[in-house]
Design a protein. Structure first.
Length: 608
């Protein structure tokens, strides 16, 4: 996830911004840069690669200034190259900015305001600098405000202008930005760790906020220019927890990042009556020519594919096979020009998935990669790439990348079905509306009260040796990911079963107190799942049920239940992931396990 740091005050801005960028390195990045004003001129220094490359460049071209903005970039639009690194400048070079987020309508802005202008990058961010210059008439705050009234998407921005060398403007929408207030100095960052050495008095900007910063203070306004008051917060985190932004573990931090991740993966793609992928070059003829689909992945990514299978079958009306990548190429798969193969990998470097991709291409199939890392091996070799934009995941147990994969698969299924003429999205606006609601619904699952409720449920699992997850249809796919999460980090042996299969052998394992987690979110299978739960309860098994609001009871003998917000059945698997992640987290925490780095496991599996 990109990192922003800015400083205005009496000290060396270059040193402070560099130090702040180093404190955000844990977030992951592929290039870095800095901008400052000297002798009335804007100076920008940026390099691809790590901060050491930027530091070497700054030794040759130092920024001797008391105001600077810096950035570490995690590529979204444009490859990880120097030209695409931030800061970006306006055509006249006077305005520079750093940006986190995605500008949904950047092409529209370019065509409306910037005809004939030359651009130096392949990013959406550069467009914003040009539009600000278009509106600039001596007041940077007003030019930024007018620009943002035209912008759709997500952003955290820090902007400076050579014409106003004592002013910095910052703003945010659906991307975090924190203002640090010091003694005759102001700091801004996308993460609190970058501020803590200089101040612990912070203001968390809210969506739509713009702030004008000078050495003497700050003024905050909304998008209409109305003054706003925001609460000052004192940060008392210990230094060792700063990178985790106050959370005890990266896993919990990344669980909490999911609402924002949901927004990012949908930005620019989800519309009121359509889904678009501007980066795709598929033709309608290609899509209509496919006769079957294979989804190939490993681990958590494989589980996302199990959910995606039913969605793709419904929208494209084609058979879909989901297979673990380590098995795929060894079974002589029947692939040709009528085949679509979807490869899913968070890192884009998973060895088995990469080999499956090469096998698919060799046999003539069309390949689509779903990955989180721009420039990764899988993204380079696939015919089409759908990026997750989830930002780096540090905890080995995947959380936000998994749910981003699910949303990506839903968007892809709707897009391909519509392009094939088999699933008219204009007739399914309820599904698009359900997706749009997910970020807010996810936030409702992350309140302190909700987390405490799940933590209490986890206490019943602490001493378990075995744990069963059951469900039907897409609930079974959810159950498989839930079981993986708890075995990964709590080391409890957990298995997921199709609920209807219990009577074909698994019931022999149920004794007094055997723990089960039942997922019962699909209306068409709800009563059948209820019957399976009663089979377990009748044998004195203990069942914790995951339900949608409105299902107050699933069994007269069952009093343990977790609710997700009421939603359409099709999108329920996305919301269901969050309480299951929390259940695994709290169980592992109570058992004293190493949550972020579970034994014997690695984040990216780059060997077969």
């Amino acid at each position: 996830m990109c990192g922003i740091v800015g400083y205005i005050g009496q000290k060396s801005a270059q040193d402070i911004v560099l130090e702040g960028l180093h404190s955000l390195e844990y977030r992951g990045y592929d290039s870095a840069g800095m901008a400052g004003i000297m002798d009335g001129q804007m100076h920008v220094v940026k390099e691809a690669g790590k901060l050491t490359a930027l530091e070497e460049a700054l030794k040759k071209h130092p920024l001797d200034t008391n105001m600077a903005i810096g950035h570490t970039r995690w590529a979204t639009h444009g490859r990880p190259e120097r030209a695409n690194a931030h800061p970006h400048q306006s055509a006249d070079g006077k305005i520079a900015l750093v940006h986190n987020g995605i500008i949904e309508n950047y092409e529209e802005l370019r065509d409306r305001y910037l005809q004939g202008e030359t651009f130096t990058s392949n990013t959406d961010s550069e467009i914003v600098a040009h539009v600000i210059a278009h509106f600039y008439q001596g007041d940077l705050l007003e030019a930024v405000r007018r620009t943002l009234k035209e912008v759709r998407g997500s952003y955290a921005l820090a902007i400076i202008s050579a014409d106003e060398p004592d002013t910095m403007v910052i703003c945010r929408m659906n991307s975090p930005l924190v203002l640090g207030v010091g003694d005759k100095e102001m700091l801004v960052a996308s993460g609190v760790p970058a501020l803590l050495k200089y101040t612990r008095e912070c203001i968390y900007l809210e969506n739509g906020d713009l702030a004008k910063l000078t050495t003497s203070g700050y003024d905050i306004v909304d998008l209409d220019g109305n003054p706003c008051q925001r609460e000052m917060v004192h940060i008392d985190w210990e230094d060792q927890s700063a990178e985790k932004e106050g959370y005890d573990h990266y896993m919990m931090k990344e669980i909490h990042e999911q609402p924002e991740t949901f927004r990012r993966v949908m930005t620019g793609r989800l519309h009121e009556d359509a889904v678009t992928f501007k980066e795709f070059t598929l033709t309608d003829e290609q899509i209509q020519n496919w006769q079957h689909i294979d989804i190939v992945a490993c681990g958590t990514a494989y589980h996302s594919g199990l959910v995606g299978k039913s969605i793709l079958e419904e929208t494209l009306q084609l058979p879909v096979n989901v297979e673990v990548a380590s098995e795929f190429r060894y079974r002589n798969p029947r692939l040709d020009a009528h085949s679509l193969v979807i490869l899913i990998s968070q890192s884009g470097e998973t060895a088995d998935t990469l080999e499956a991709l090469r096998e698919a291409k060799q046999r003539g199939a069309t390949t689509i990669a779903i990955t989180n890392v721009v420039g990764s091996a899988i993204s380079r070799e696939a015919d089409q790439v759908l990026y997750l934009w989830a930002g780096p995941e540090i905890s080995v147990a995947s959380t936000k990348a998994y749910t981003a994969m699910l949303i990506a698969l839903y968007l892809l299924a709707f897009y391909l079905g519509d392009r094939a003429g088999r699933f008219n999205l204009a007739d399914h606006k309820d599904l698009l509306e359900a997706l749009a609601k997910l970020p807010d619904q996810a936030e409702s699952l992350l309140t302190e009260a909700k987390k405490e409720e799940i933590r209490q449920h986890s206490q019943a699992l602490i001493d378990a040796d075995h744990l069963f997850y059951i469900g039907r249809g897409s609930d079974w796919a959810v159950a498989q990911e839930g079981a993986l999460k708890i075995k990964e980090i709590s080391y409890i042996h957990a298995e997921a079963y199709a609920a209807g299969e219990l009577k074909h052998g698994t019931l022999a394992l149920v004794t007094d107190g055997t723990p089960f987690v039942a997922i019962a979110l699909q209306e068409k299978t709800f009563e059948k799942t209820l019957s399976n739960v009663n089979e377990v309860v009748a044998r004195k098994g203990r069942v914790l049920c995951l339900l949608k609001e409105g299902h107050d009871k699933i069994s007269d003998d069952l009093d343990k239940r977790i609710f997700i917000p009421d939603c359409l059945d099709m999108v329920a698997p996305i919301l269901a992931a969050i309480p299951l992640q929390l259940l695994a987290y709290y169980t592992a925490e109570a058992r004293g396990c190493d949550i972020d780095q579970p034994r014997n496991l690695a984040k990216s599996v780059t060997v077969e």
